[in-house]
Design a protein around this ligand. Structure first.
Ligand SMILES: CC(=O)SCCNC(=O)CCNC(=O)[C@H](O)C(C)(C)COP(=O)(O)OP(=O)(O)OC[C@H]1O[C@@H](n2cnc3c(N)ncnc32)[C@H](O)[C@@H]1OP(=O)(O)O
Ligand SMILES: CC(C)C(=O)C(=O)O
Length: 544
């Protein structure tokens, strides 16, 4: 097999070996087996299942994967199962013991070739390194036909020395030469040149596949991997979500989607079923507990989400204006238009229409103003927020009951109690006191005791809008009328309970909460035609 005899890039997944070297990423044997099954389903060519000499558990996990994933029952070609080993007989024996039951086993052995690693870590001379590579690659080859050799820290190694070591590895039976940028040090042009130099100068290189293995210390792992492939490498070593030692490895999903999306440039293919990518990303994130940053390419939660109005408008007109890949192509759910402070009228109108609200131009302008005001206070506007805004827009706030006074007693020494004094539409005052789980709950109960209109609290959000001890607290609440059904002409489902938003601001957060609650309740009363004073408004009664 020559270095560049075809345009097929082999995907070598090392999530279970280098990926597991991420601090805290340890997986159980059962989880590793599940991951290996997923990788095989996705079409990975080689699975580096572990480092069998690391522990008996690691060896067992690799053996199980070799048995169960490295053999196929239906006649299809199973992935190569690979075990990593230092250039030591003991490590190589353990790697072989672990992978030999696979239909296509591979031993991957490595030895550092950079001066700094040889001098300080290995305490070996260049000559000793060359001899060790000769001995250990030959030994691995005596056990297994498929041997991969990696000159660790190749990115910082003397290229002339590298050519020599790699030539010896080929002579000794290595069939894949993997070139690691172990500490993520190289620049894409440098790494590409390193690969070209190896292809041009290593004796016998045409007998081996050149592979690249990059780390992300400078955020260049994917760029370096692609540069290596452009220079003639035909195997890429990658991990799902880019997990791995320190800043991680090259992300599988990034390399595969670069090659697919920019196929006309590279003319390279992989055997990966890209629709499995998001599923595998979630599996790895769940098993390792390493969450994926929202803006991570391909698999981040925001990879196909659009918030800016101009982008959303473009997306609504033609998806390709702001998306270079279809979310379905990587198994992600459909593109999301997230409504927030940067959104515009096109996106708002479209979302309202999808909720069943056909607004006229003037109504839309009014709604948009309210929407922007809310978006300044709330990071994301949900469908429920929009429904509350529609209700608010139709039932303009009209103050029936006003807060005339509020007193609370709370702390750790007694029952949180609130006393409220409300003025009804006729100007009469009503006082109620209630206990609650806290002062806000007690205040809401006391308001309910005066107004006595059934509702349920759907949302309660507190924001501090200024800094310092005298911060102004803002509260928004959303109430749902119990048994109340929508009958406003715009609602899609006439049996949907309506929701009403309320807003209050005060330096006292309990007062702000009471104001917000009362404002939502007032809207609910207006909407339902309850204009009059309460039948049973009581004074100075304590309600528990
Ligand atoms: C770049 C990479 O990602 S390489 C893979 C790194 N992964 C791991 O290290 C995970 C698994 N490792 C382990 O479980 C342990 O390190 C073991 C079991 C392999 C070895 O443990 P120990 O015998 O206690 O050695 P320790 O890890 O402390 O030191 C490594 C030894 O291996 C030597 N060594 C390092 N790389 C190689 C190599 N490629 N070939 C031969 N020897 C090597 C070091 O020089 C050192 O030798 P010394 O003890 O004579 O100084
Ligand atoms: C063992 C080798 C391939 C490695 O993980 C590295 O150098 O980063």
């Amino acid at each position: 097999m020559s270095t560049a005899d075809n345009n097929r890039v082999r995907i070598f997944d090392t999530t279970l070996r280098d990926g597991e070297q991420s601090p805290g990423a340890t997986m159980t044997s059962a989880e590793k087996l599940e991951v290996a099954r997923g990788l095989a389903r996705m079409g990975v060519d080689i699975i580096e299942a572990g480092f069998p000499a690391a522990s008996p558990d690691d060896l067992e996990a690799v053996r199980k994967i070799a048995d169960e994933v490295g053999n196929s029952a239906d006649g299809s070609t199973p992935p190569v199962i690979c075990g990593l080993a230092r250039c030591s007989k003991n490590d190589i024996d353990k790697a072989w013991e672990a992978v030999k039951s696979a239909a296509r086993p591979r031993i991957h052995t490595f030895l550092a070739t950079s001066d700094i690693h040889m001098e300080y870590k290995l305490k070996m001379t260049r000559e000793q390194v060359v001899e060790k590579v000769r001995d250990m690659v030959s030994y691995a080859h005596s056990l297994c036909d498929d041997v991969e050799f990696s000159p660790e820290d190749a990115g910082r190694s003397d290229p002339q020395f590298l050519y020599k070591v790699l030539g010896v590895a080929i002579q000794s039976g290595a069939t894949t030469l993997n070139i690691p940028d172990t500490v993520g040090y190289t620049m894409p042009a440098e790494f590409g040149a390193l690969i070209s130099g190896i292809i041009q100068n290593t004796p016998g290189v045409e007998k081996a596949v050149i592979s690249v293995h990059c780390h992300n210390d400078l955020g260049l792992a994917t760029a370096n991997t692609i540069a290596g492939l452009q220079a003639g490498a035909r195997q890429a070593e990658v991990t799902i979500n880019g997990i791995g030692e320190r800043a991680g490895n090259t992300a599988l999903e990034e390399v595969v989607m670069v090659l697919q999306t920019r196929e006309p440039i590279f003319k390279l293919t992989t055997g990966i079923d890209t629709t499995q990518i998001v599923k595998m990303s979630k599996l790895i994130s769940n098993y390792t507990g390493i969450t994926v940053q929202p803006n991570k390419a391909i698999v981040g939660a925001n990879a196909f989400a659009h918030e800016a109005g101009i982008h959303q408008d473009g997306m609504l007109k033609n998806q390709q204006t702001y998306e270079i890949m279809r979310p379905e192509s990587v198994g992600a759910s459909l593109s999301k238009l997230v409504l927030g402070k940067h959104s515009g009228k096109h996106a708002l109108k479209t979302r309202l229409e999808s909720l069943g609200y056909e607004l006229g131009d003037d109504e839309l302008v009014k709604m948009f103003e309210r929407f922007k005001m809310l978006a300044d206070k709330k990071k994301m506007i949900t469908d429920a927020d929009l429904e509350a805004l529609v209700s608010d827009e139709l039932y303009q706030p009209r103050e029936l009951y006003s807060l005339d006074g509020l007193q609370v007693a709370c702390g750790t020494m007694g029952m949180p109690t609130a006393t409220v004094r409300l003025r009804d539409p006729e100007g009469e005052l009503h006082v109620q006191a209630c206990v609650g789980t806290g002062p806000v709950d007690a205040a809401f109960k006391a308001i309910n005791a005066v107004i006595q209109f059934q509702n349920s609290l759907q949302e309660f959000v507190v924001h501090a809008v200024t800094e310092g001890i005298d911060a102004l607290g803002e509260v928004t609440v959303r109430l749902q009328g119990e048994g109340e059904t929508a009958n406003v002409g715009l609602q899609p489902d006439q049996n949907q309970p309506r929701t009403f938003g309320g807003y209050g601001a005060d330096t006292d957060i309990v007062v702000a909460s009471a104001k917000a609650y009362l404002s939502a309740l007032n809207k609910m009363l207006v909407a339902s035609g309850h204009y009059g004073p309460p039948e049973k408004a009581s004074t100075e009664a304590i309600v528990y």
